[in-house]
Design a protein. Structure first.
Length: 189
C-alpha cells in the first residue's frame, strides 16, 4: 500500500498529472477570458483614419532635344503592292489553264485558291504554296505558274498572298498583295 501511495504522489504520478491538467485548464480559461476582453475592446475602438494621398503631378518629357546619333538601318523595303500584283497577274493566263482541268471535272463549282509567295531580293520566287482547290494537281500547277513569275528586284525578301477566284463561265479574278519584307542577306553558319 505504501508503494502504491508513493507511485500516485511521485512527480509525474497520477495525482501530479491531475494537478498539472487542472493548472493548464485554469490557464486556458484565463487566456480565453483575455481574448474575449480584447475582442470587446477591438469592437468598441473607432476605425483607423483613412489616409488621403495627393495625386502626383503629370510626368512631362524632357524639355531639351537629345541627339541619338545617326539612324539605325531602317526596316527593309520589299516590293510594293502594285509591282507585286503586276508580276502575279502576268501569269493569270497560265493559271486559268491550270484551273481549266479542275473546272472540267467540277463544272458547276466556284473555286478559290490562296497562294503564299516568298520573293527573293533579286526578284526570284523562293517559295510558292497554293491551297484551296480539292485538286492537288491544280494547286501544284498554280504554284508552278507563279514560281515562273518575274518580279522586279527589291533589295529585300518580300512575302505576299495571291487570291484567285473562279466562277463557272466567267474569267478568273485575281487579287494580290504583299504581307511583309525582311532583309535578304545570307547568314553563314
Amino acid at each position: 500500500r505504501d508503494e502504491l501511495t508513493r507511485a500516485l504522489d511521485a512527480p509525474g504520478g497520477i495525482r501530479d498529472r491531475k494537478a498539472q491538467i487542472q493548472a493548464l485548464e485554469q490557464k486556458l480559461a484565463a487566456t480565453e477570458r483575455k481574448v474575449e476582453e480584447l475582442q470587446v475592446k477591438l469592437n468598441e475602438a473607432s476605425p483607423l483614419p483613412t489616409a488621403t494621398v495627393d495625386p502626383l503631378p503629370p510626368v512631362r518629357p524632357p524639355a531639351r532635344h537629345v541627339d541619338a546619333g545617326p539612324p539605325v538601318d531602317a526596316a527593309p523595303h520589299g516590293l510594293d503592292d502594285d509591282a507585286f500584283s503586276r508580276a502575279a497577274e502576268a501569269k493569270l493566263g497560265q493559271i486559268d489553264s491550270c484551273i481549266g482541268e479542275w473546272q472540267a471535272r467540277k463544272p458547276d463549282q466556284n473555286g478559290t485558291i490562296f497562294v503564299s509567295l516568298t520573293i527573293g531580293a533579286d526578284g526570284v520566287v523562293q517559295r510558292a504554296t497554293a491551297r484551296g482547290l480539292a485538286s492537288a494537281l491544280a494547286n501544284e500547277c498554280v504554284e508552278g505558274a507563279l514560281r515562273q513569275a518575274v518580279f522586279p528586284p527589291a533589295g529585300a525578301v518580300t512575302t505576299g498572298q495571291v487570291k484567285i477566284t473562279t466562277v463557272p463561265g466567267e474569267p478568273s479574278v485575281m487579287s494580290a498583295w504583299t504581307t511583309g519584307a525582311r532583309d535578304g542577306k545570307q547568314i553563314d553558319l
